[in-house]
Design a protein around this ligand. Structure first.
Ligand SMILES: Cc1cc2nc3c(=O)[nH]c(=O)nc-3n(C[C@H](O)[C@H](O)[C@H](O)COP(=O)(O)OP(=O)(O)OC[C@H]3O[C@@H](n4cnc5c(N)ncnc54)[C@H](O)[C@@H]3O)c2cc1C
Length: 570
């Protein structure tokens, strides 16, 4: 793979960081008027030592983190990705063995403090906003998915900051960070994947605490890394078998307390351990309140995971685009580099343009979370702030599944084209495209398939398009950031018709079968508006962005028009 600093050499990502994101808006909200630095002054708590004292310091702090992440990812991890994929994992006597090259680079990330990026500083994390977390994840995923999952899994436990008791947070979060724990999402079972309300793993309370029994399937890195510690955040039934979602609770279970039955042989992410785990009277620790496991805590954890997959899609496509572009400039056919052949250039131009759209969506989804999440931090808020936070929470609840679905589907679509640019070479294991192609395939399956994301987004879109609805208000807010534009106006008008046609379908099953077309149309409209806004804000690449917008909108108009025709046939 290309070897350089993946932050410093990524023009589009840098443009987001230096020109497109309004840090003066995000930083004061997120940093809560620099409360960590004030606390440091009074307590000298070393965990808060790096806390910024003003917006400029915050931006420099975020910038240094991205540079350091870009360095490790691009200079080191990228260079072992192929070796790690080829060596894969071994399962010996109940233990999972990861390749040494993987263990070494994981340690590099941990030494740079990037494992606990997601946590607040007071617990030992980096305390960075979701936008920065999204960028860190993109940089890491560009170099390799399996390695990133092993390091980044710790971020799943950020949900503990929201739902665990103070005592549990203080006990567990610093321990996870200092011990470089892996964290697994313990949801899927052999008979229940998408259908989480019906899972059967049981938790019973005894005199000395909770004990879990059951089998979990597809448990990513539940084994820990080569004997290292790990926990599974496990969904288990504390109510009766018929209690559905409300009978499910959330537990921490340590990997020393369950058995790894085996690992899956997979199409891609070959060095990511996908384990079957067996709980037999396994000691667990209840998180939060009984009965809130699925309806509140797992949903919160999945929101974070969805943002992460959105970054994974962006990172994989960045790798595919850059590797394909390099190859196209070096490979000669018919006496010229294939880059100059119109059909090949068209593939690459589309990859670049669509990738720019994916990155806009990734950043915007993270921004929508930053706009509300921190108001829940126990701080005092005015009625106006409360109203703003509620608005953005609703937007985030729709935008997060949209960004997971869209960026994972586009990831598959664009990596396919990237491989095509390399012709036969792309199909061999000599080039990275074949690995990226295999790794891309999981993105629209795990953490909720595309169909489940569509189910999660459709309500927010359709009910949000009433005259006073949140999604309409959000689209209007985005449109304010873009110049009036004939093609975009037409797209918006077709979108309005699509939503109306969808709502008028009488048969529920027929209607449900067309949800994808509505969500896809919403995604293309949102991404188009975001690209327009980025064009208006851009100082360094306005011309290129103008070209992207024009071509993106034409494609979108084609997609929406086709979707409308399909819906009218229902
Ligand atoms: C490599 C890998 C890693 C994973 N890591 C984890 C992990 O760490 N923790 C964890 O708990 N799980 C994990 N999973 C499980 C993953 O989240 C599930 O595979 C996924 O949610 C789908 O569930 P399923 O495989 O049971 O498919 P099913 O639920 O059986 O779905 C099969 C098909 O039916 C569709 N479908 C099902 N229900 C609906 C519906 N209501 N509406 C529309 N379509 C529907 C699906 O979209 C899919 O196309 C992992 C899976 C893999 C492959």
């Amino acid at each position: 793979m290309i070897q350089n600093n993946y932050f410093l050499t990524n023009e589009d990502l840098r443009e987001h960081f230096y020109e497109l994101i309004d840090w003066n808006e995000i930083v004061p909200i997120y940093e809560n008027n620099f409360s960590d630095s004030k606390l440091y002054e009074s307590t000298q708590n070393p965990k808060l030592e790096m806390a910024p004292t003003n917006p400029d310091e915050a931006i420099s702090y975020y910038e240094e983190i991205l540079k350091s992440c870009g360095e490790i990812s691009g200079m080191y991890v990228s260079q072992v990705a192929s070796v790690v994929d080829t060596k894969g994992l071994k399962f010996e006597n109940g233990d999972v063995v990861h390749p040494q090259e993987m263990v070494d680079v994981i340690q590099m990330y941990h030494d740079a403090g990037l494992g606990p990026a997601a946590f607040k500083r007071k617990y030992g994390g980096l305390g960075v906003p979701s936008i920065i977390k999204a960028m860190i994840a993109e940089l890491m995923y560009r170099s390799d998915s399996s390695i990133t999952i092993a390091v980044g899994s710790m971020g799943l436990a950020a949900i503990l900051e929201v739902c665990a008791s103070e005592e549990m947070k203080n006990e567990w979060i610093p321990k996870l960070i200092s011990g470089n724990y892996t964290v697994t999402m313990g949801l899927s079972e052999p008979d229940f994947g998408s259908d989480l309300p019906n899972i059967t793993t049981k938790a019973i309370q005894k005199d000395d605490g909770w004990y879990l029994t059951g089998t979990k399937r597809f448990q990513t890195v539940a084994c820990g890394v080569n004997g290292g510690p790990g926990i599974t955040l496990t969904l288990a039934r504390t109510g009766s078998l018929e209690s559905g979602a409300r009978g499910l609770s959330f537990f921490i279970v340590e990997n020393k307390n369950y058995v790894i039955q085996g690992i899956e042989k997979k199409l891609g992410i070959k060095a990511s351990a996908t384990c079957e785990t067996v709980f037999e009277n396994s000691k667990g620790y209840l998180v939060g309140k009984e009965g809130f496991g699925l309806v509140k805590y797992v949903m919160g954890m999945l929101n974070g995971a969805r943002l992460s997959v959105s970054s994974q899609g962006t990172g994989i496509v960045t790798a595919a685009y850059e590797e394909a572009l390099k190859y196209a400039k070096e490979r000669f056919q018919f006496g010229k580099p294939i880059y100059e052949i119109p059909a090949v250039k068209k593939l690459l131009d589309r990859m670049e343009r669509e990738l720019a759209g994916m990155r806009c969506l990734m950043v915007e989804a993270a921004y929508s979370v930053d706009k509300y999440y921190w108001y829940e931090d126990g701080r005092e808020v005015t009625a106006e702030e409360n109203k703003t936070a509620k608005f953005w929470e609703k937007v985030a609840n729709t935008l997060t599944p949209i960004s997971k679905y869209y960026n994972s589907e586009m990831c598959n679509d664009l990596v396919y084209d990237g491989l095509q640019v390399l012709g036969g070479a792309g199909y061999t294991e000599d080039y990275d495209l074949s690995r990226l192609y295999r790794d891309a395939r999981i993105t629209n399956i795990y953490d909720g398939t595309t169909q489940i994301q569509v189910n999660a987004a459709i309500g927010g879109i359709t009910s949000g398009m009433t005259q006073t609805g949140t999604f309409r208000a959000y689209l209007d807010h985005l449109a304010k950031g873009s110049e009036s534009n004939q093609c975009l106006t037409e797209i918006r008008s077709v979108f309005e018709s699509i939503v109306e046609t969808y709502k008028s379908i009488p048969d529920q099953n027929t209607k449900e079968s067309f949800s994808f077309e509505v969500v896809e149309s919403a995604a293309r409209l949102v991404v188009g508006l975001l690209l327009e806004r980025s064009k208006n804000k851009s100082k360094s690449r306005k011309e290129l962005r103008t070209k992207w917008c024009k071509e993106f909108h034409v494609d979108s108009l084609g997609i929406l028009t086709a979707n409308h025709i399909k819906l009218k046939s229902a």
